[in-house]
Design a protein. Sequence first.
Length: 612
Amino acid sequence: MNYLVVSDGKDYKIAQQLENHKNNLVVELFGTQHKKKVKLNQVIFTITQEINQFVAQVKQISLELDVELLAELINEVDKVAIDELADLYFGTNPDLCQKTALLTKLAENNILFYNFMDGNFRKCSSLEQEQRKQINNKQLEAQERYNYFYQLLTTAYQNSTAIAATEEINVIKLLHKPDKHSPLYKALHNFAKQMQKNPLEICVQVGLINNIAQFFVDCFLNEHNFIATLAPKPAEENITKRLDLDVFSIDDSSTTEIDDAFSISSIADGYIIGIHIAAPALDDNLEQMICHNISTLYYPGNKITMLPEEVINNYSLLEGRTCPVVSIYFKLNQQFEINEYYSNLNIVKINKNLRIENLETVFTEDNLPLQLNYPYEAELKILYQFALKLEEKRGKASVNNLFVDYSFILNNDKVELKARQRGNPIDKLVSELMILANCSWGRLLTNSFIPAIYRVKQPNYPVKMTLNPDSHTGLNVEYYTWATSPIRRATDYINQKQIISMIKNDKNFYTATNHVLLSVVEEFDVKYAKYIEFQNKMERYWSLRFLLQQNITQISATIAYKQIAQLDGVPLTVDLSNLTNFKPKGTIVQLKIFNINLVLLTFEIKIIENHE
């Protein structure tokens, strides 16, 4: 076996040659299992004697070397080769053990000697020695801090004691934007590698992270810094008409950002349906904040709003409030066919905030023929008939009846999950009217030659934001904008600004080259996708918490598409493709769930076969 002395950074190592290539060698450092490539010019000596005896002799000779004498034999200007220096120190014909001992001794004393890493040295000047002392002191300090943190991690991990109070540590920075040369980073990652765990798991175990759910939120906010600049409510000027309409909204009970509301007026040959949208775009001062925040973000137990609460309260269509709204009206005949539509800027009073939780118990398919005398029963039935007509005309269902909505109710870390099947009359009513408003405004803006942000979906391509008006084949409509949630989405705020300008017939709209308009078009989908990713992460965490809380170890699941199965009663999906043969959509399988990890958000599953 060939053994070599090779230069390795600032040191020289004994290594066994494993492979010989044209420009390099593959070696294994002696006494380790560490393999590495070395260039041919890194080879200093080739060892010919028995390796263990050689290593022992080198160590013994190294202990006897006189460093002060070596410093006298080398000057600060000329570099000297190790062979020449060995002749001066040992006399004529020094052996390879002596040369190697001398080589490692000089490299070890890096304050006194400058190492060219090729077997050549010179003496360091006084200034260089002072500089090297400072560097060595820093390295020693770093090593001491590394040892300190490593011991701290070891003790805390073994005893499950918190170390956060011992040292001020920015855990978010440590895990997501670390200084990889810092002692703490090295200690954490080396310890995690030794324990065969993720660094995040170690941080939780030793008490650097006390609340993993809050840590996930803090990490998100650290990356996406929502700004909340307060602005005064603008004067309600240039609003054409204060209307006396019976206006009501439909939202769930947790909604405070109420963007949309409805009204119905009877006319001689039909109805006028009004869709009224909150009007924050009246305020130009919100622009920068909205374009930065992009959207309201919802996650279990909380939300991060695009606008601060004070601004939301200025515009939200809350019951009893008189509010400015951007309205679109549809004149219908008795057959619920649209004869005319137009848009206006109004002030209306919100007479009622209807809540979905109350409505869905009475406003059902089965109850439609009955007279139950719940609030706005007649109006809701008219809107629903209109919604059915709209859906029929589009030829596409507006609501996925198979989709289940889950709401998370958190109380002192206890999780309650409420499932709600989509597709009831309320969902269809709201969805169809919002699609109608967004499509109609898209057409009005296109015909007015005012730029707008469109949602375009073409066959075999994902939906995208664009300034070019085009169809949305998923909804089967010619034009589709987002304009009905301006309190919650930047796109809707921008489009509402354009609609207001169209109504007023002024030039106060964003041009196609406006940087605000372009930034929202370019950045919205990317940023919004990250919001959804975070929302899914938090839902996954609390879903796993629910499984542990309820001690659920077996659960049924339904094949939804391909071999992806939806767990029953909890918003989690699993891929069964590697666990079972193909099963058709709708097949129910029984699963065993185990090894739930709340830190890494993982769990394992096993199919329970039926043996009947």
